[in-house]
Design a protein around this ligand. Structure first.
Ligand code: AMP
Length: 215
């Protein structure tokens, strides 16, 4: 099963990706995570992406498409397919991805759209805290840790993403409305998009999401 998980920043893509990956034994590919790792590591890709990413802007398609292509080419363990999180985010990316995968077993067959109101997104984004060590995602409002600022899983200090502030969020939501909503409109007529009401609690969303993917 090859899945795209789509939705605005803060819609729960990262949180649910971890659960989907476990449940269905998929390769999880998060373009945002790959960019962040490269920025932290000071690689050539990281240097190219940094200025855009930290402002909340999309990294240019040429750089992003090349990165995804390399990632797919190096996928050794195909498992049961992939879960692509945060890509494609522009029509150009969607078309480039189609080109890359046409006629292969990597064509996308399901898209889940995590649907949340813009007000709720702001609360989620500004409250989000992440553990860099084990990857667990928390929220100071809706999923606080037992000890403030410390990961429940591994005891490491939590960090806040550089782009998780109100100023960057405005830019990111703009990018989403202008570039990513047209991608959803492009896939909708193909009958593979399932919209999930992701403003509910995690406990309510997960069974719906799981059933949708099993269909
Ligand atoms: P995310 O973690 O998915 O919110 O992504 C964080 C940042 O990485 C975005 O704001 C962009 O700067 C960059 N990024 C991630 N995925 C893409 C993509 N598909 N196209 C362009 N930029 C991306």
């Amino acid at each position: 099963m090859n899945i795209f998980i789509m939705g605005a920043p803060g819609s729960g893509k990262g949180t649910f990706s971890a659960q989907i990956k476990e449940e269905f034994n998929l390769n999880h590919i998060s373009t945002g995570d790959i960019f962040r790792a490269n920025i932290a590591g000071g690689t050539e890709l990281g240097l190219a992406a940094k200025a855009y990413s930290e402002k909340g802007l999309l990294v240019p398609d040429e750089i992003t498409n090349k990165m995804v292509k390399e990632y797919l080419n190096n996928l050794e363990d195909k498992k049961n397919g992939y879960l692509l999180d945060g890509y494609p985010r522009t029509l150009d990316q969607a078309k480039a991805f189609e080109e890359m995968t046409k006629g292969t077993d990597l064509e996308v067959d399901k898209i889940v759209l995590m649907d949340v109101s813009f007000d709720e997104l702001t609360r989620r984004i500004t409250g989000r805290r992440t553990c860099k060590k084990c990857g667990e995602i928390y929220n100071i409002y809706s999923k606080p840790t037992k000890v403030e600022g410390i990961c429940d899983n591994c005891g490491s200090p939590l960090t806040q993403r550089k782009d998780d502030n109100e100023e960057s969020l405005k830019v990111r939501l703009n990018e989403y409305a202008n570039n990513t909503e047209p991608v959803i409109a492009y896939y909708e007529p193909k009958g593979i998009v399932s919209k999930i009401d992701a403003s509910k609690s995690m406990e309510e969303i997960w069974p719906v999401l799981k059933e949708t993917l099993k269909k």
